[in-house]
Ligand binder design. Structure first.
Ligand code: GLV
Ligand code: MN
Ligand code: MN
Ligand code: MN
Length: 413
């Protein structure tokens, strides 16, 4: 039997994706549900650690739950590293590729570099970031925000999932000591550049008929929680005119959000999650929580939109005899990736177009600290955060090949 440590790694991205295709499938929603530190995501993390170890990479998990797989130079000094990677967690009922494609492509890119006999002059690391989607604890890119100090550790420790578990408890159950989460300058100082490969989450490459693009920017985005408070009551005994029904106010608020955002061509406003409390068919709710996801390339427009939505929600709630409270859960300004690194990628991948994206990524958080770039791989459906997200086999391999070219170029510098 070949031991995992000696088995030659000659995988394809398609093969690696097939290996994990049974993990975290969601028969109720369709697609995949892989919340951070769930059984499914933990299984994927173990899979990654095994794959990286099999390639001779030195794997460590840092205090923030980020997995690092290092290909060290002869000196063993970890500085100015070329880093690639992505995430393994998913949204509820998400697609197969959002996150894992970048991780599988990083492993295959390492295979390609090894097959080419490349001996890096700079260390290379693959990073796997936890809770990129914010689907469990509400704050997207939680791992990279903690690493870079963009999120206060106390705030993170107290975040709760829908079952009431705190991030501190869940992190502890997964082997991290929650006392030590937060800004990690030692790790950050080891990193030189970060290049994240990701499935494209729109139709840019389909329309251009190209397999791979270089990222230029990420739209500013944020999340806000609105709680509409009314009067819980009996569905059969409360006359229509006697109600203070927060569901009705919430419905009008959502239409208001759509109408307000629609006035701005580049705005995207979504309420994808709504929770009536207590949530019974024959119960007028006492409260409704809803979460707003809002994005726009200009941060001042985002701020103005939020203000307008907040004021409008207060007026609508009052019309229905309700009140509304409004809180920011996260806010990320628009990110323009490092132009010097992008020029370098364009020289290495002259055929690749340059595209922006409306989706958030750990690359966006790291961009505030080190030169960062992204590669997007064509998604023929143009659909993401849905089971219909797709990458064709030849595009997946083309993506890993492009990533290998980029890494080889950067490692040679
Ligand atoms: C994550 O994919 C996001 O953009 O919400
Ligand atoms: Mn996503
Ligand atoms: Mn993603
Ligand atoms: Mn994302």
């Amino acid at each position: 039997m070949t031991s995992p440590a000696t088995k030659p790694a000659t995988d394809t991205v398609t093969g690696l994706m097939r290996d994990i295709s049974g993990i975290g499938t969601d028969t109720f929603r369709g697609g995949y549900s892989r919340p951070v530190f769930s059984n499914a995501e933990t299984e994927l993390r173990s899979w990654f650690i095994e794959q990286a170890s099999r390639r001779g990479l030195d794997v460590t998990t840092d205090t923030n739950g980020i997995i690092w797989a290092w290909w060290d130079t002869a000196t063993g000094i970890r500085s100015d590293a070329v880093v690639t990677g992505s995430h393994l967690d998913s949204v509820p009922g998400g697609g197969e590729y959002d996150g894992p494609l970048g991780v599988a492509s990083a492993l295959v890119a390492v295979d390609i570099l090894k097959q080419q006999g490349i001996r890096p002059r700079r260390p290379l690391a693959i990073a796997v970031f936890p809770e990129e989607e914010g689907s469990r604890f509400g704050v997207a890119c939680l791992g990279s925000r903690l690493l870079t100090g963009a999120l206060d550790p106390d705030t993170a420790r107290n975040l709760k999932d829908t079952d009431g578990n705190t991030y501190a408890d869940v992190a502890a159950a997964n082997g991290q000591d929650p006392r030590f989460i937060g800004a990690d300058r030692t790790t950050l100082q080891q990193l030189g550049v970060f290049v994240e490969l990701h499935v494209e989450q729109g139709r840019g490459l389909v329309d251009l008929d190209r397999p791979v693009a270089i990222g230029s920017s990420i739209l500013g985005h944020g999340r806000w929680k609105l709680s509409v408070h009314g009067q819980g009551n009996h569905a059969g005994t409360t006359l229509m005119n006697d109600r203070k029904d927060p569901m009705i106010a919430a419905a009008k608020i959502m239409i208001g959000i759509r109408d307000t955002a629609s006035k701005y061509r580049d705005a995207r406003a979504t309420v994808g999650r709504l929770q009536p409390v207590p949530g019974g068919t024959n119960v007028i709710a006492s409260r409704v929580d809803l979460w707003l996801d809002l994005r726009h390339p200009r941060d001042e427009v985002t701020a103005a939109l939020v203000e307008s939505i907040h004021l409008n929600a207060q007026v609508i709630a009052a019309e229905e005899g309700c009140t509304v409270s409004f809180g920011t859960e996260s806010l990320s300004p628009t990110v323009h990736f490092d132009t010097g690194l992008r020029d370098r990628l364009q020289a290495l991948l002259p055929e690749a177009p340059v595209l922006d994206t409306g989706a958030g990524h750990d690359a966006g958080v790291l961009a505030g600290h080190i030169p960062t770039a992204m590669l997007f791989v064509r998604n023929p459906t143009g659909i993401s955060h849905s089971p219909e997200e797709l990458v064709e086999d030849h595009d997946a391999e083309a993506g890993a090949g492009a990533l290998a070219d980029v890494l080889a170029g950067l490692l040679g510098e």
